[in-house]
Structures are given as C-alpha cells and as structure tokens.
Design a protein around this ligand. Structure first.
Ligand code: NAD
Length: 258
C-alpha cells in the first residue's frame, strides 16, 4: 500500500506542538517509528504519550535546531534507536514580533535580536537539520521542510526575518533536491497559510477578532486546524509521492490564489 510506512523510521523537529505534532501523529498512524525533536521537553513528553496511547512507536529527544551539534546528536540518537532513518521533517520554526502595522514589523523597528533569533531557527535550523539528516537517511528517503505562504509574497502578519527565511528555505529545498536525487532521496517544501497553532503564543491566533481578517484574506474563510496538514504530510512522506521532489506545496485555503 503506497501510504504504508511500516518498518520505517522518521524524525520530526518542532514535534511538540502544532504542525509538528500533527505530522508526528500521522506518521505513527501510518506505521512509522517516530523520533520527536523539540526544544521543549514537556511538550515532547506529552506528544509522545498521546502517540503511545494510540499504539504508536515513538520517543523524543530535546534539542535545539539552531545548534548544529545539538540537532546532529539528536538525529543520530533517533537513527541509532530505530536502526535506520527514512523520513525527516525539518519543521521547527518561530515568529517574532507583530506585522508591519506595528513597530516590530517595520525596517527600522525590527529589533536586531528578533532578526537574529528568527534567522537562527528558521534558516540556520533548517540547514543544520538537513545537514544532520542527509548523510544518515536511507537511499529512497523522504525529507519535508516547513516553509510558509510568507515565502512567496509579502505578509502583513509577520516580520522581515520570517518572510526572508521562508523564501530562503524554498530554494534550499531545490538545491538539496538536486544533490540528493541520485540516491533517490526526495525533498519537498510545504507552504502553510494560517493554521491554529502556538506559534504566536498559546491561543493567540484563535480569537474571534481575527475572523474578519480570515474572511477577507482566505477564500475558504477560516484558519486551518493542524489535523488538516496530515494528508499532505503523509503524501510527501510516503511512496505515494514517488515522482515529487524539489517542489513547494501550498496548503492555505486559497489565500495565494487571491
Ligand atoms: P508551534 O509554535 O505550535 O510549534 C513549533 C514547535 O517548534 C514548538 O513546540 C517549539 O517548542 C518548537 N521549536 C521552536 N524553536 C525550536 C528550536 N530552536 N529547536 C527545536 N524546536 C523548536 O508552531 P507551528 O505553527 O506548528 O510551527 C511549525 C512550522 O510551521 C514553523 O516552521 C512555522 O514557521 C510554520 N508555519 C506555521 C504557520 C501557522 O499558521 N501556524 C503558517 C506557515 C508556516
């Protein structure tokens, strides 16, 4: 069966919350052993407990994707534990400050610390994760990087560093697709629109005041639930996507169509 991941091993960064949690759940449900990586140990434990309760095989390692040795040793720990690595999601990411309607999102109002922190996680973190994974993943493996619709256009909801990093990782994916294709390793990006996660602080995006904004900017008229990422994640992680590499798959309720 083309969606079956039985006997395979996966790693997911940012697995403690939001999209990473949903991705880890669907990989486990499809039969994979799933290694969870997140900076937040409590979040890892709670996601691992949920997956285990559903009969999935999983465990977590706390690591920071922005620190090359930290992510490399976590990936090695997971590969060692499962004896192989077939699937990797470079998903961890952060957003700092408000959009350009407020000071933190303007050119002069962007704090240097915010710029550096977002570059460290969203750009350096993806590079560090791909570096840690590429030599360890089996021939025929699949890699997925979480970009954003903000990698394709300006976005008033996020700052300069966020749009810069999300555009950058789309091209890193193309470059890596070229490098890894001879081994049959495929790599693709996903580009989500607004999903109800903890990226802006717990529950921050899930407020009625934003309903008007979603109605105006998203043809489907609402934010997405992380559950709605599961289908695309499983497609890209499985043999069902066997001719797909170097691509960027938008999942945004039609936002980019406007
Ligand atoms: P989230 O905050 O709910 O989850 C992100 C997880 O990553 C958290 O558990 C956090 O602890 C972890 N993390 C943060 N920094 C880390 C680091 N340095 N090392 C390891 N783990 C780290 O947010 P989310 O929305 O699920 O974000 C997942 C990805 O989706 C990010 O790359 C984000 O940019 C992207 N994205 C989200 C949306 C959205 O609307 N939620 C839209 C487009 C793209």
């Amino acid at each position: 069966e083309m969606f079956d991941l039985s006997g395979e091993a996966a790693v997911v960064t940012g697995a403690g919350s939001g999209l990473g949690k949903a991705i880890a759940e669907i990989l486990a449900q499809a039969g994979a052993n799933v290694g969870l990586i997140d900076v937040d140990q409590d979040r890892i434990e709670s996601v691992a407990a949920g997956i285990a309760a559903c009969g999935g095989k999983t465990f977590g390692i706390a690591a920071d994707v922005s620190a090359p040795e930290s992510i490399a040793s976590a990936v090695e720990g997971i590969r060692g534990r499962f004896g192989r690595l077939d699937i990797a999601f470079a998903n961890a990411g952060i957003s700092r400050g408000p959009g350009f309607t407020e000071a933190g999102g303007t050119l002069t109002g962007t704090p240097q610390d915010d710029w550096n922190a977002v570059i460290d996680v969203n750009l350096n973190g993806v590079f560090n994760t791909l570096k840690a994974v590429s030599g360890r993943i089996a021939d025929g493996g699949r890699i997925v990087v979480t970009a954003s619709t903000a990698g394709f256009r300006a976005d008033p909801m996020v700052g300069y560093a966020y749009v810069a990093t999300k555009a950058a990782v789309l091209n890193i994916v193309r470059q890596a697709a070229l490098e890894l294709a001879p081994r049959g390793v495929r790599i693709n990006a996903i580009a989500p629109g607004p999903f109800r996660t903890n990226i802006a602080g717990e529950g921050a995006l899930d407020v009625p005041e934003l309903n008007g904004l979603w109605a105006q900017t998203i043809p489907l008229g609402r934010m997405a639930d992380p559950e709605e990422m599961k289908g695309l994640a499983l497609l890209l992680a499985s043999r069902a996507s066997s001719f797909m590499t170097g691509g960027a798959y938008v999942i945004d309720g039609g936002a980019l169509a406007l």
